[in-house]
Design a protein. Structure first.
Length: 198
């Protein structure tokens, strides 16, 4: 929390082609009286002696709440094999921060469609491991993020914390955000549970 008691929520998202909507989502959270941490807006503290990845992960550690947005683009914040946005999401889950996730309809649609795509090999055998070539409209690595957040490797009956809300446009996203973050008493209770080890 800030010195004046404001709850800090970090909004992590790939930014490219999403700047105006991301700004609106952050403005919605600010209108609900949260302190918003977001790299695109420049509202996270930057230690000039640390890498972008380290600064972003420190912001995850310092925030009270985490909001992740999965989009068709993987993001430009890649350091070797690591993607900053994905690393932020993984750390928020690991630290058991109260977290929420949005996923763009195109990512969810592609995930569902990919289950039914196949090609025939030289022997006429169906091969289902279809690869999607990276392009300006879609990067299949976003499916890795989505699967991770859905906790796909965990049996369905024992999964918790795997709700990912689909959205098509900005009104969809903001409606979900207002519903989840609008009741401060519930949010404060979540934070207390985390602070006291549930």
């Amino acid at each position: 929390m800030t010195e004046d008691g404001k709850i800090e929520v970090m909004v992590a998202s790939t930014v490219y082609g999403f700047e105006d909507q991301l700004s609106s989502i952050c403005a919605t959270l600010a209108s609900l009286d949260y302190e918003v941490i977001n790299s695109h807006l420049g509202t996270g503290w930057v230690d000039p002696n640390k890498s972008n990845l380290e600064n972003c992960l420190n912001a995850v550690q310092d925030c009270d709440l985490f909001m992740g947005i999965i989009r068709p683009y993987y993001g430009s914040g890649n350091i070797g094999e690591l993607n900053i946005t994905f690393e932020e999401m993984k750390l928020a889950i690991k630290l058991e921060k109260p977290y929420w996730f949005l996923v763009h309809h195109h990512v969810d649609f592609t995930r569902q469609l990919k289950k039914y795509l196949y090609y025939l090999d030289a022997d006429g055998k169906a091969i289902f491991d279809v690869k999607i070539k990276k392009s300006r409209i879609f990067d299949s690595r976003t499916l890795d993020i989505y699967e991770y957040v859905l906790k796909s490797g965990t049996p369905l009956v024992s999964r918790t914390g795997n709700w990912v809300q689909k959205f098509i446009d900005l009104p969809d996203a903001n409606r979900y955000i207002v519903r989840q973050f609008g009741e401060k008493d519930k949010i404060e209770q979540l934070i207390r549970e985390v602070q006291h080890g549930k």
